[in-house]
Design a protein around this ligand. Structure first.
Ligand code: PMV
Length: 316
């Protein structure tokens, strides 16, 4: 603590789950019902500067100061309660997001990962990544995976204290691997993922089957990544995402993040596959699609989705 700096900085990428986290076994510690696997998207994410403040927290997002009562600022201040000291009673947090905030593009994941890295820098903890992942998890579950480039595995863990629930890198570079972002709507989603998970786990019989399937899918996807078996990875990821959304649709009141254009895009993906273009999709708590394909299909996929933003996580 003696080595607190004048400022801490951190930056982290967004990540897309290939096998999803959906449902909490502990909502305070953000302990998941199941493990998950993700791919980070370099060049999209959050950059955060953190400074000690005197009278109150101040939170800046994309050059705008947020009202302390704004949900984003309140959630951040609650997370920062874990880290206040006599020397640093309050924080000034300045974050730039290069993704639309709260549009199902995981800005909370990169945001909390960047914040934890900035805390590590400010207080000079020099903690290992797995420990930082554990802390990021408490801000937003999926943030646990955003500490790493490339593929990451978040272990659900079994302990009540969550000390075994953190993400690790799955070091398996795959240069041909591409992710395409189909932006259907970037407006803030009406139901956040925490509320969505609560609604699904409380009122959906189908959800009972989810945690076991998610663990199986996770294992298949990890094997497929190691074997660079794209067909197996893509099919499992798409099926996993649709199964997660099925639990939401089958809850009451129903929860449907899709828009009409989302369904049109899904059908386009299926048509492309019938035509021999190997492309799969995944979707999170929002209407946007993320396409998975290999570099050889980049031209065909981009032609079918004009304006597609293509990210190649392993080619720098
Ligand atoms: O980390 P949260 O609370 O934003 O939840 C993320 C949930 C999904 O994006 C739908 C799935 C996932 O594993 O990222």
């Amino acid at each position: 603590r003696a080595s607190t700096k004048a400022q801490g900085v951190g930056s982290a990428p967004v990540n897309i789950a290939l096998s999803k986290y959906w449902g909490k076994r502990d909502a305070v510690l953000n302990l998941p019902q199941n493990g998950s696997v993700s791919i980070s998207l370099p060049g999209l994410g959050s950059e955060t500067q953190l400074k000690p403040a005197v009278a109150q927290d101040s939170v800046w997002l994309n050059d705008q100061q947020l009202d302390a009562s704004a949900p984003f600022a309140k959630r951040l201040s609650e997370f920062l309660n874990l880290f206040r000291t006599a020397e640093v009673p309050f924080f000034e947090v300045v974050t730039q997001n290069s993704v639309p905030t709260a549009a199902g593009l995981a800005s909370s994941a990169s945001g909390y990962a960047a914040l934890v890295l900035a805390l590590d820098d400010l207080f000079d903890w020099q903690l290992p990544m797995t420990q930082l992942s554990l802390l990021a998890r408490m801000g937003s579950g999926s943030a646990s995976r955003s500490l790493y480039p490339g593929f990451a595995i978040w272990h659900a863990g079994q302990q009540g204290d969550g000390l075994d629930s953190f993400a690790e890198a799955l070091d398996a570079p795959w240069p041909e691997f591409c992710v395409g972002l189909v932006e259907i709507d970037v407006a803030e989603k009406p139901v956040g993922s925490t509320a969505g998970m609560q609604q699904t786990t409380a009122a959906c019989a189908l959800y009972q089957a989810w945690p076991a399937q998610a663990e199986r899918d996770k294992a298949v996807i990890i094997d497929a990544i190691r074997a660079q078996d794209f067909s197996r990875l893509g099919a499992t990821a798409e099926h996993n995402a649709l199964s997660m959304h099925a639990t939401m649709i089958a809850s009451w009141p129903p929860l449907l993040y899709w828009q009409a254009e989302s369904v049109i895009a899904m059908q386009q993906v299926w048509t492309l596959r019938q035509q021999g273009v190997e492309v799969y999709f995944t979707m999170d708590a929002g209407p946007n699609l993320k396409l998975l394909f290999l570099a050889a299909q980049k031209k065909a996929v981009s032609a079918a989705f004009p304006g597609l933003k293509v990210i190649e996580p392993f080619s720098s």
